[in-house]
Design a binder for this molecule. Structure first.
Ligand SMILES: Cc1ncc(COP(=O)(O)O)c(C=O)c1O
Length: 432
C-alpha cells in the first residue's frame, strides 16, 4: 500500500471513517503528483510556471475567440481553465453556507467542506468506491432511483436490501426500516441510502416520521453498529404539505453518534435547475470527527475523484457560484417553486376525484408521483400511453411514475385524463 495511504489510514484509525472504509477506500490517497506540485508552484513559481497541462499566453490560459464569443462575461480562468480536484474553493464555501442556511438545526456542527462531484450520480458513486465492498448490504426502501443498482450492485457488487416504503397506514415505514437494519446487523457495518423527496414516490417524511427514523439510527448505533447514512437530497426544498420535515435528514445525523457517519449527496442538478451542468457535492459529518479527520478523508475522496473524473466543470461551477450570490436568484427560485406547488395542487385535486383501479401512492414533495397499478401491468399501461404520444415510466411492472414537474400545469388535467382512459380500457379488456 502507498505510504501516503498508510498515513491517512493511521490518522483515521479508531474513527467511524477508518472503520467503514472499503478495501479501495483504504488504498486511496491524493498523490503528491502533478496537481499537488502545480498548486505549490501556483504560490511559489513567481518567474515561470511550467507545471500544468494547459496552454498559456501572456500569463493566462488561452481562451480562443471562437469559444469566448459563446460565453461572454467569463474569463479564461472562470471557463476553460482546470479547477481544483475538490472544486472551486469559493463555490464550496458558498455551498456550505447554503447547506447551513437551509438546515438550521446543523448550526455550526463541524463537517467536511462540500467536495464537488460530477453530478449527484458521481457523488453516490464515490461513496460506493470508498465505503462499499462486495457483498456489503445497503438498506433502502423498495421505491428507489434505479441507478442505485448500477452504481452499488453492478459496479460495487454490494447487495441492496429493501423494505416496503409505506406501512399499513400509508406512513413512512420506520419499523420496516428498523427490521431490515436489524436483520442485517451481523455485518457490523451498514450503509443506508435514503432519498427524500423520493424518486419515484414523491414523498418526504413528516416531522414525526423523521424523529422516529433518527431514533432508529441512534438505537442501532448504540447497539454497536457502524452506520453510513447516505441522504440523497436531489430534490431538496420541494416540499408541498405543511407537515413535511423541511430539513435534510443529514442535519439530524451530523452530530447524532460517533457510530453514525452522515453523508449528504446534493447538488445543483434539480435543486438549482441546472441538470446538465453536472454539479454535485459530497458533505460528511459524524460526532467526534476533527478537522484533521475531515482533511484525511478529503484526501482519500479527492484521490478517488482524480482517479475517475479528474476534476469538475469550471464554467458550470462559476455559473452556479454567480447564481447563488445573485440577489435575484432566490426570488426566481421561489417563483419556480410556486409553479411546482401549483402543479402538485392540480394533481391532488385530480386524484381526489378519481375512483378507478389505480392507487396513488402518498405524495407530498419533489418532482414525481407514482401509481400502484395493483393487478394491472404498469408496463402495458406505459406502452399504451406511448401509443397516444404520452411518456411515463413503469417500475417493476407495478408502479407507473408520472413526472408532474415536467408537464405544464394547464396540461395536467389532459395528461391524467389520458392515463385514466388507458387504464379503464386495459382493465375492461382484462375483465372480458
Ligand atoms: C434520487 C436521484 N438522485 C440523483 C439523481 C441524479 O442526479 P445527477 O443528474 O446530478 O447525477 C437523480 C436523477 O434523476 C435522482 O432522481
Amino acid at each position: 500500500m502507498n505510504q501516503l495511504a498508510r498515513e491517512l489510514n493511521a490518522l483515521l484509525e479508531g474513527t467511524i471513517i477508518g472503520r467503514v472504509l472499503s478495501e479501495y477506500g483504504l488504498r486511496s490517497y491524493f498523490p503528491k503528483g502533478i496537481v499537488a506540485q502545480a498548486s505549490e508552484a501556483g504560490v511559489k513559481a513567481t518567474r515561470f510556471n511550467a507545471t500544468v497541462g494547459m496552454a498559456y499566453a501572456g500569463g493566462k490560459p488561452i481562451l480562443t475567440d471562437t469559444a469566448a464569443k459563446q460565453i461572454p462575461g467569463f474569463s479564461a480562468k472562470e471557463s476553460v481553465a482546470y479547477s481544483p480536484t475538490a472544486g472551486i474553493v469559493d463555490l464550496r464555501t458558498q455551498w456550505e453556507s447554503e447547506i447551513r442556511r437551509k438546515n438550521p438545526s446543523l448550526s455550526d456542527t463541524p463537517m467536511l467542506k462540500p467536495v464537488l462531484t460530477s453530478g449527484l450520480t458521481n457523488g453516490i458513486f464515490q461513496l460506493g468506491e470508498l465505503f462499499v465492498d462486495p457483498d456489503d448490504r445497503i438498506i433502502m426502501p423498495d421505491l428507489f432511483w434505479g441507478n442505485y443498482r448500477l452504481m452499488l450492485e453492478t459496479r460495487r457488487a454490494a447487495r441492496i436490501v429493501t423494505f416496503p416504503f409505506f406501512d399499513e397506514s400509508n406512513a413512512f415505514n420506520t419499523e420496516g426500516f428498523r427490521a431490515a437494519c436489524e436483520k442485517n446487523r451481523s455485518a457490523g457495518k451498514l450503509m443506508v441510502l435514503l432519498n427524500f423527496p423520493n424518486n419515484p414516490a414523491g414523498y418526504a417524511p413528516t416531522q414525526k416520521e423523521t424523529d422516529s427514523l433518527v431514533n432508529v439510527l441512534y438505537d442501532l448505533a448504540e447497539a454497536g453498529m457502524d452506520m453510513i447514512v447516505v441522504t440523497d437530497d436531489a430534490y431538496f426544498g420541494l416540499y408541498y404539505q405543511t407537515d413535511v420535515y423541511r430539513e435534510s435528514l443529514f442535519a439530524r445525523c451530523a452530530n447524532l453518534h460517533e457510530r453514525v457517519l452522515a453523508c449528504k449527496i446534493d447538488g445543483a442538478t434539480k435543486e438549482e435547475y441546472l441538470w446538465g451542468l453536472r454539479l454535485g457535492f459530497i458533505t460528511i459529518a459524524a460526532q467526534g470527527l476533527t478537522a484533521a479527520h475531515y482533511d484525511a478523508f478529503e484526501k482519500k475522496l479527492t484521490g478517488s475523484i482524480r482517479a475517475s473524473v479528474s476534476n469538475g466543470n469550471t464554467l458550470g461551477q462559476n455559473i452556479l457560484l454567480r447564481m447563488l450570490i445573485d440577489p435575484e436568484w432566490q426570488e426566481e427560485k421561489r417563483r419556480i417553486y410556486d409553479d411546482m406547488h401549483a402543479r402538485f395542487d392540480t394533481v391532488q385535486s385530480i386524484l381526489a376525484k378519481y375512483t378507478g383501479p389505480l392507487q396513488a401512492l402518498p405524495c407530498n414533495a419533489g418532482y414525481f408521483m407514482s401509481f400502484d397499478c395493483g393487478d394491472l401491468d404498469a408496463e402495458q399501461i406505459r406502452i399504451a400511453l406511448l401509443e397516444r404520444g404520452i411518456g411515463t415510466i413503469s417500475i417493476q411492472n407495478r408502479y407507473l411514475r408520472v413526472a408532474f414537474a415536467s408537464v405544464d400545469n394547464h396540461d395536467l388535467p389532459t395528461l391524467y385524463g389520458e392515463i385514466f382512459d388507458v387504464v379503464e380500457a386495459i382493465s375492461q379488456e382484462q375483465t372480458h
